[in-house]
Ligand binder design. Structure first.
Ligand code: PGA
Length: 261
């Protein structure tokens, strides 16, 4: 894992956007894996700015989101479909039908999950998967205890995640208990992962993910087995890392050809 600690989440989001922009400019038909929540918002804002001001075009890009709530209509303001539409899709030139989210309203969820996996394969696989991490170490909605080889499927949210996400719904009892999420095995097949984490309350999960043992108890730790993962942090989220100074030294000493500017 490559750990980069930026001065704040805006700077980290800008760097994440540069990494994505490089991919889109280099590869004719890039496939992006996208995430929801508060963490990627600065990065999405920067992508929109690059689209408007630097003619970064998404017209040949395909996207697959990590997860969606079960039983929440896409038109519900808290659905991940609504969130993605508001924060990103409506502001870019993506082709019609190029953006995919798991279907939380499917009658036959196992069949719908299998179809989602198949659609990723047909698109050529995910080139770059954007990720956040939960306070309990979850990746997408793969809660602690998830199989490290899991595929897209139905999951039950942990109490910690229900509490964290109640800020979007107004109260805990309004948060759906079930979700459809890409599995850890699905995420591990992405050619590159970029994970962002900000704030003091993520510091423990970040430490366990990067420096703890690989364990289903911290699903994010599976990324230690991923060949090409970049973790973008602010100083608060990096606050509990034992090798913090080493990560700072590595980034400061990078040769120009390894940078994204
Ligand atoms: P957040 O969620 O970005 O809202 O903190 C991250 C996650 O749960 O993976």
């Amino acid at each position: 894992m490559e750990v980069i600690i930026k001065s704040d989440k805006l700077e980290a989001g800008k760097l994440g956007a540069k990494i994505i922009a490089r991919l889109i400019r280099d590869k004719a038909k890039a496939v992006l894996g996208l995430a929801t929540g508060s963490t990627p918002l600065a990065l999405y804002k920067e992508l929109v700015r690059m689209h408007r001001e630097e003619s970064l075009s998404f017209k040949n890009v395909t996207t697959f989101n990590l997860d969606e709530y079960v039983g929440l209509d896409p038109s519900h303001p808290c659905s991940f479909y609504s969130e993605m539409h508001k924060n990103l899709f409506s502001q870019l030139d993506l082709a019609k039908g190029a953006s995919h989210l798991p279907d939380g309203m499917a009658q036959d969820l196992p069949a719908s999950c299998a179809a989602y996996e198949a659609a990723i394969k047909v698109a050529g696989g995910i080139d770059l998967q954007l990720l956040g991490i939960g306070h309990d170490g979850h990746l997408a909605f793969n809660e602690p205890g998830s199989s490290l080889a899991s595929r897209t499927r139905l999951k039950t949210l942990s109490q910690k995640t229900i509490k964290a996400n109640s800020r979007f719904f107004g109260s805990e009892d309004k948060v759906p208990r079930h979700v459809v999420t890409m599995g850890l095995g699905t995420i591990m097949e992405a050619r590159q992962c970029v994970l962002l984490a900000f704030g003091r309350d993520k510091a423990e999960a970040v430490r366990d993910m990067i420096e703890g043992p690989v364990s289903a108890s911290c699903p994010g730790s599976v990324l230690q087995f991923h060949e090409k993962t970049i973790v973008l942090l602010d100083p608060e989220a990096a606050g509990k890392l034992k090798r913090k100074q080493y990560y700072l030294d590595v980034y400061a000493g990078k040769p120009a050809w390894q940078l994204w500017d």
